[in-house]
Design a protein around this ligand. Structure first.
Ligand code: MG
Ligand code: MG
Length: 622
């Protein structure tokens, strides 16, 4: 399969798009006609530039409303066709014709076949080819099987079928019959995914398409059928997305290539180095200004984290409890310092424990992530790293070996170590990162492709100051959990966090503990997020909770949820620079994240965070 991307999938000018496609490693592009129309140069310039960049022009698209027209319109359509064929002679070989949508057109198959044959005849005379695609909202032809039936019966060498995974999958058209199509008659396959939301297919297609791996359609099912018949031709991403139009051409092209690499691997014809097995978060690195460090140290201590080690050469401290390891970096140079200057107190790095750090690094490179290399001091470990959300780092750790862990090599025991209260913390539970809405799909694919995290169900959270979309990603065994939150509102908790921290990435860190009621009693009241009494009235109505237990939860600001497998108790701290901690106790096999309690948390945070007047100012962008 050769990999192409339609220019409509990327933002920017045609020149930007060509460069971005080439830089991301594509072999070809589908030229969306509007991109050419708005381009200052000639079609020959486009062709020459594409050739210079090593890109084939796979198709020109779209030629609309061609078949089944009444006589005067039909003559006009044929004029239009001749002009486009003139253009094609200067550009490439394949013209994409999509199925008719006009209300005044007819749908008698014989008429459609005759028209398609005529189009093919005119194109064929010039050595060109017409590909016919069924739009999901086509007036008469809206299923790929109908398009294939017409193409088969028109029986012309210059006419082929175009399949578009979006149109196929949103209509629920069966994919198995693809096996009966001769592969040489499929002249192009367009790939697109989409979130699974019920809406009008036209609107859905124009605004919500995304790259395979970012949405929820079963794009692989279509490609498996194509591979089964030995089809081996151009595969082209065709994505209409408001979000992609708001990012750079480079970003979309990189995501598009990552999507193909991911898809090919899942289809068993991939070229990626094997995927590392993530075993959880090894450590989380915070950065803070040295003069503000005492306050954050006190918070860590109050949460049961003891400073056990100091870095052998840097102003870096290590805090531990159970399997939780937090690094506090107070350095005044290098990447951590730059991150701190830009974002304030924030999470500058997440370290992922894997079964092979070098393998993880190789895979990250193949997936075109951005590598990060930092200077390494004498006797320090060089940890492979790439840029993650918000430009923060993702470290890859090797499996911990006794006597050779990061802590023992880079850190020395802290002579002034004083143990913090024992809160029974056991390990990291999850980390939640805030991303701009335009980047959400991109980071979902990043984590899926790189680490094999799979998205759990989408949760739409209600914040009193704007909606938040939340997607949890996790390993099948739940060893690594990362939650991505995004909001179109600048005043929601996610929006405020982006605005205040200039987009610092991680907003909250959840830590698992063995007995939350006991732990909460040791946490100072002023650190806990206050929860309204009304919440506990409602809890009493929803669950048969023992009065004493309910009262203890109320007194300590503990939230509660239950599912068929178990229970969840959790509490939040107040935020510092928009950042907060969560302590969680999962009982039994409780699988969620307490999403049902998100609105009460978000309301409490909104209350503490800003006055309504401030919210209004922020919303108006003043
Ligand atoms: Mg299409
Ligand atoms: Mg959480």
């Amino acid at each position: 399969m050769r990999r192409a991307i339609a220019t409509v999938s990327m933002a920017g000018t045609l020149a930007d798009k060509l460069e971005a496609a080439a830089a991301a490693g594509f072999d070809g592009i589908e030229l969306f006609e509007a991109d050419l129309t708005y381009y200052g140069g000639t079609p020959e310039d486009v062709r020459a530039r594409a050739a210079e960049l090593g890109l084939s022009i796979v198709a020109l698209q779209p030629f609309r409303d061609a078949e089944g027209l009444p006589p005067p319109e039909r003559a006009r359509m044929l004029d239009r066709l001749e002009r486009k064929l003139d253009l094609m002679e200067r550009l490439g070989r394949l013209l994409l014709v999509c199925s008719q949508t006009r209300a005044d057109a007819g749908g008698e198959p014989e008429r459609l076949i005759e028209d398609l044959r005529l189009l093919a005849e005119r194109a064929g005379r010039r050595g060109l080819v017409v590909g016919y695609e069924a739009l999901a909202w086509g007036r008469f032809v809206n299923d790929w099987r109908q398009a294939w039936d017409l193409v088969r019966r028109a029986d012309h060498l210059a006419l082929g079928l175009i399949l578009d995974t979006f149109h196929l999958l949103v209509r629920g058209s069966p994919t198995v019959p693809i096996r009966s199509v001769p592969p040489e008659k499929i002249v192009l396959v367009q790939t697109a995914d989409a979130p699974s939301i019920a809406m009008d297919p036209l609107f859905w297609s124009r605004h919500y398409r995304c790259f395979p791996g970012q949405g929820e359609l079963d794009v692989e099912s279509v490609l498996r059928e194509l591979l089964a018949i030995g089809w081996d031709d151009w595969l082209s991403h065709e994505i209409f997305s408001d979000d992609f139009r708001s990012t750079s051409a480079r970003q979309a092209a990189t995501d598009g290539m990552r999507s193909f690499l991911f898809l090919e691997e899942r289809l068993g014809c991939g070229s990626l180095p094997p995927r590392p097995e993530p075993r959880g978060l090894g450590f989380v690195e915070f950065v803070e200004a040295a003069e503000r460090a005492p306050a954050f140290r006190a918070t860590l201590r109050a949460l049961g984290l003891s400073r056990t080690h100091r870095h052998r050469s840097k102003r870096v401290e290590l805090y531990r409890a159970g399997d939780v390891a937090i690094v506090l970096n107070l350095e005044e140079e290098g990447f951590p310092h730059a991150f701190q200057l830009l974002h304030g107190l924030s999470v500058a790095a997440l370290a992922i424990e894997t079964d092979g750090a070098e393998r993880a690094r190789a895979r990250a490179a193949a997936l075109r992530t951005t590598p990060f290399v930092s200077p390494v001091g004498a006797g320090e470990l060089a940890i492979p790293a790439v840029r993650g959300v918000a430009g923060s780092l993702l470290f890859f750790l090797d499996p911990a070996r006794p006597g050779a862990t990061l802590h023992e090599i880079d850190f020395l025991p802290d002579p002034e170590a004083e143990p913090a209260p024992d809160l029974g913390l056991s390990g990291f539970e999850h980390v939640a990162q805030v991303v701009p809405p335009t980047e959400l799909a991109s980071w979902i694919l990043f984590y899926r492709a790189l680490l094999g995290l799979e998205p759990a169900r989408r949760a739409d959270l209600v914040d009193p100051r704007g909606p938040i979309v939340s997607r949890a990603l996790e390993t099948p065994a739940g060893r690594l959990r990362i939650v991505l939150n995004s909001s179109p509102s600048q005043t929601s908790a996610a929006g405020r966090f982006l605005a205040r921290t200039a987009g610092a990435g991680a907003q909250h860190l959840a830590i698992a503990c063995r007995d939350l009621l006991a732990a909460a009693r040791l946490i100072p009241a002023e650190l806990r997020l206050p929860i309204p009494d009304n919440y506990y009235e409602d809890l009493a109505a929803r669950f048969d909770l023992e009065a004493e237990r309910l009262e203890a939860m109320r007194a300590l600001g503990i939230l509660y949820d239950r599912d068929p497998a178990g229970e969840l108790l959790h509490l939040y701290t107040r935020s510092i620079n928009g950042l907060f901690f969560e302590l969680m106790e999962r009982r039994g096999g409780y699988a969620g994240y307490g999403e049902v309690n998100a609105p009460v948390r978000l309301a409490a945070q909104a209350e503490l965070d800003m006055s309504p007047a401030e919210a209004l100012t922020l919303a108006r962008g003043l």
